[in-house]
Design a protein around this ligand. Structure first.
Ligand code: CP
Ligand code: NVA
Length: 307
């Protein structure tokens, strides 16, 4: 049976732990210049409806480092659902390649690709979730904090796709999560309902409309852009609505002394985060970006070796 990775909740705690272990091994072996052919003759088709730096480069580089190959399909190439229906694209790709990775606007596009494919499908960001990002984020937290148990985590800003995946991961892994978003920009009830259905012990969630109470005494602070891809036309209005939710030196001074700051990137410096913080001693954003490579290689090994 093929396995897809559409939501961060598609993997159990044990499976995520296995992906983290494979990631750490591959990371170490890359530094030792060990060569791999684990995915020899395997091909990944990468469908992008939106732009990307990290996701495209890490998946493509990851496939090459594992002895495989990746094909970049831009919106202009296949015009998903316009030139050809989603099921037709999915069924054709299933005859040629070994895995499909897709970055889409509608979440239903990636689920429809998965439903019609006989090969694994990976969600590389949809309007609803960004599960690949969350693998790298929590591996980075483990590397810096040595554990996930007992950590307090504050997400400050727009309750977007990245935030949704953080909520679901936290529900499954029992993390104490605080979310600070302006009124009207809190997480969707559908995501909160799903989190409460899958939640394990120790999961605590508090949603507030001010950043300070959320970051008070926390171990981890996370932020993301205020206007995600597809919402650029709301940017001017959002700059005003989110103005008090900036991660700056004053705000992070309320957190623990050894707080770490994460951002999935790209960052809009001077908006959701200041230069001083993103370039400062608490920031781990480049470790986080690097870990996209290692966690995605581990994900590909898990999906393609089991397939
Ligand atoms: N964080 C992330 O997914 O980056 P890209 O949009 O550049 O792929
Ligand atoms: N929330 C952002 C994440 C980018 C990686 C977006 O969807 O644009």
């Amino acid at each position: 049976m093929k396995k897809d990775f559409i939501s961060i909740a598609d993997f159990s705690v044990d499976e995520i732990d296995e992906i983290f272990q494979i990631s750490l091994r591959l990371k170490k072996e890359l530094k030792e210049e060990k060569e791999h052919q684990i995915l020899k003759n395997k091909t990944l088709a990468m469908i992008f409806e939106k732009p990307s730096l990290r996701t495209r480069v890490t998946f493509e580089t990851g496939m090459v480092q594992l002895g495989g190959h990746a094909i970049y399909l831009s919106p202009a190439d296949i015009q998903l659902g316009k030139r050809e229906s989603i099921p037709d694209v999915s069924q054709n790709l299933s005859r040629w390649v070994d895995c499909i990775m897709a970055r889409t606007f509608e979440h239903s596009t990636v689920t429809e690709l998965a439903k019609n494919a006989s090969i694994p499908v990976i969600n590389a960001l949809s309007d609803l979730e960004h599960p690949c990002q969350i693998l790298a984020d929590f591996l980075t937290i483990i590397e810096h904090k040595g554990k996930l148990d007992g950590l307090t985590f504050a997400y400050v800003g727009d309750s977007n796709n990245v935030c949704n995946s953080i909520i679901l991961f936290s529900a499954l892994h029992g993390i104490n999560l605080r979310i600070a978003s302006p009124e009207g920009y809190e997480p969707d009830t559908s995501v909160l309902d799903k989190a409460h259905k899958i939640q394990t012990k120790n999961f605590e969630l508090n949603v507030v409309n001010e950043p300070e109470p959320a970051v008070n005494g926390v171990d981890v602070i996370y932020t993301d852009v205020w206007a995600s891809m597809g919402k650029e036309n709301e940017k001017k209005e959002r700059l005003k609505i989110f103005a008090d939710f900036q991660i700056n030196a004053e705000l992070i001074s309320k957190a623990k002394k050894d707080v770490i700051i994460l951002h999935c990137l790209p960052a809009h410096r001077g908006e959701e985060i200041t230069d001083e913080v993103i370039d400062g001693p608490h920031s781990v954003v480049l470790d986080e970006a690097e870990n996209r490579l290692h966690t995605e290689k581990a994900l590909l090994v898990k999906l393609l070796k089991a397939a």
